[in-house]
Design a protein around this ligand. Structure first.
Ligand code: SF4
Length: 131
């Protein structure tokens, strides 16, 4: 059912609830995937790094970004403030959809991604960024 398809892990929840071996199998046959996990701190550095092979570590504050980078994680940073060196999500910068981009697939060999949250998430992001 996943062969040749592009998968968005965690559309309805944290994808680290899926056993890692199943994620590995899905990713192994899929045409590509995206995924984000929020509980990287709770998992601890070693486990978070394993999950980060597949999913982006979500960060919202300068402190969480710094910690995730210290842990060697690739991040998806949502904040009204763009940190140096992060690539703006191409959906915002170029109007490209995730299915045609697929940059948010964890791993280590691509830039971290930044997005300026909009809509209902904007207010929460502004509060988080000022913590
Ligand atoms: S960078 Fe943006 S468009 Fe590309 S996969 Fe990530 S969220 Fe989607």
């Amino acid at each position: 059912m996943f062969a040749g398809r592009k998968v968005r892990f965690g559309s309805y929840g944290n994808p680290t609830l899926i056993p890692l071996r199943i994620v590995q199998r899905i990713a192994g046959i899929a045409d590509g995937w995206t995924g984000y996990f929020h509980n990287w701190r709770e998992l601890g550095k070693a486990k978070a790094r394993k999950w980060n092979r597949f999913f982006m570590a979500s960060t919202e504050t300068v402190e969480s970004l710094q910690t995730a980078k210290k842990w060697g994680l690739r991040v998806f940073h949502a904040s009204p403030v763009k940190p140096d060196g992060l690539l703006e999500c191409v959906a915002d910068s170029h109007g490209i959809e995730c299915i045609d981009c697929m940059l948010c697939a964890g791993g280590k060999n691509a830039k971290d991604i930044w997005i300026d949250p909009h809509g209902s998430k904007k207010k929460k992001a502004v509060l988080a960024a000022t913590k």
